[in-house]
Design a protein around this ligand. Structure first.
Ligand SMILES: [Zn+2]
Ligand SMILES: [Zn+2]
Length: 135
């Protein structure tokens, strides 16, 4: 079980499966919504993820996605693609043990801040991770 929640404790979640994927996102929407130069997410299978306490507020951040956050303290908890619905991308900083899940790539580096230097050797994608049929 992987658990987490917001800063004030009103909203809590759990995933009973490990994430499929984890990485850094440099896109402009993540930057604006988090207030940080880059966000770090872990992608959990949607069927394994649920809220166990409280319920997040929802903001539709694009035509295909929504942001889920605590309406009381403002913590950004997750991004959910509302068109394919296969996974929920949880902000790693809201996990109870964020050190246990390591980012594996960088996405949307075309929007990376000019002063933000990537010094790891992880794969970098200008946009999203290509799906297998695009490779
Ligand atoms: Zn909260
Ligand atoms: Zn993003």
């Amino acid at each position: 079980m992987i658990t987490g929640g917001c800063l004030c404790g009103a909203v809590r979640y759990v995933s009973r499966l490990a994430p499929r994927d984890a990485g850094y996102c440099h896109c402009r929407i993540c930057r604006r919504v988090s207030g940080a130069p880059v966000s770090v997410w872990a992608s959990f299978p949607v069927e394994a993820f649920c809220y166990t306490q409280g319920a997040p507020d929802i903001f539709k951040s694009s035509g295909h996605g929504q942001r889920e956050f605590c309406g009381a303290c403002g913590s950004q908890l997750a991004f959910r693609d509302t068109t394919n619905g296969e996974s929920v991308d949880v902000n790693i900083g809201t996990l109870d043990k964020p050190g246990q899940i390591k980012p594996e790539s960088h996405i949307w580096t075309e929007s990376q801040l000019e002063w933000f230097e990537i010094t790891d050797g992880l794969p970098r994608h200008k946009q999203d991770i290509p799906t297998s049929d695009e490779v």
